[in-house]
Design a protein around this ligand. Sequence first.
Ligand code: PLP
Length: 376
Amino acid sequence: MLPFNKPPFTGKEFEYMRQALDNRKICGDGEFTKKCSRWLERKFNIRKALLTTSCTHALEMTAILANIQPGDEVIAPSFTFVSTVNAFVLRGAKVKFVDIRPDTMNLNEQLIEAAITPKTKAIIPVHYAGVACEMDTIMAIAKKYHLLVIEDAAQGVMSSYKGRALGSIGDMGTFSFHETKNYTMGEGGAILLNNSNHIERAEIIREKGTDRSKFFRGQVDKYSWCDIGSSYLPSELNAAYLWAQLETVHEINNDRLKSWHRYNSALSDLAKRGDIELPFIPEHCTHNAHMFYLKVANLEIRSRLIEALKRQGIDAVFHYIPLHSAKAGLIHGNFVGEDKYTTVESARLLRLPMYYGLKESDVMMLLDVINDFYGI
Ligand SMILES: *Cc1c(COP(=O)(O)O)cnc(C)c1O
């Protein structure tokens, strides 16, 4: 059996979780949470990083910080995970879905301007597979129309665009540390803030709408209800797990990249024959091997290839069903312009197993099945 994903575990997680227990502080914002957030700030050059209970929750915080009101609009790709847009819909926004570029599967930056109306508040680029959107163009459009840019960098930890970390470029960014992502804490994430106006308010929103963070720092002598908010801070046990992962970030990253390049070079013959297409990485981007996907000719071939792999015990999966055509998508948003690539390209994309510790022999076995399928 070759699973699609295995949650990363590098060895120190138990020890750090035990330390968190020994510290007699297992609720949020203890030593491990502080270590992780400081690490993220330094490593990725971010003014403020706050750990959250998920990337979904980090996105919800960005929607509150952006003051999204009923009737406001946000611009996002339809080819993404539901959380990217749910966060804004929860505040009453409508989603304007824009087509993707077929090469990176990211929001097509050339189509954003046509989707802007007087109600538009934010652009939400999603860095699919940890490969950057065209951030220079997106930031320039946002500046011209006074919009916020909120990066969904759930998949982009350790990736960069022109030397800058994904998640650190827009007004706000979010990371995911779910067990299916490159670095994990089970369930968890982070909100990344570059605008000083957002930082103090984010601490309050994350602490149930109170200034409890200031209270713990001794900056106020009692804490009280200051704003709307919720409980978005993770337990120290989760942060302790994450700390072990961040300490071994290069080991995990290099291991994933090795598997990624193994797939990419072994499949190049099939790509040359035109049977499949391989991922495209723009020259000014570095990526984190979050995902290895290939694109086959059409939906029918994809289903047959998934079956062929399954018969050999290999779990390969696809995603996403475009949001604009889903039940909730029809209610809460609409597609602007032509759906030239979103539906067609998503139907032919197939993700291969990718995780820390994926064995070379397993990759080779899988490649044999794919080559067999195409008769080479
Ligand atoms: C995984 C993912 C999320 C959600 O992350 P959680 O931490 O599970 O809430 C959001 N957006 C994208 C693009 C993702 O891949």
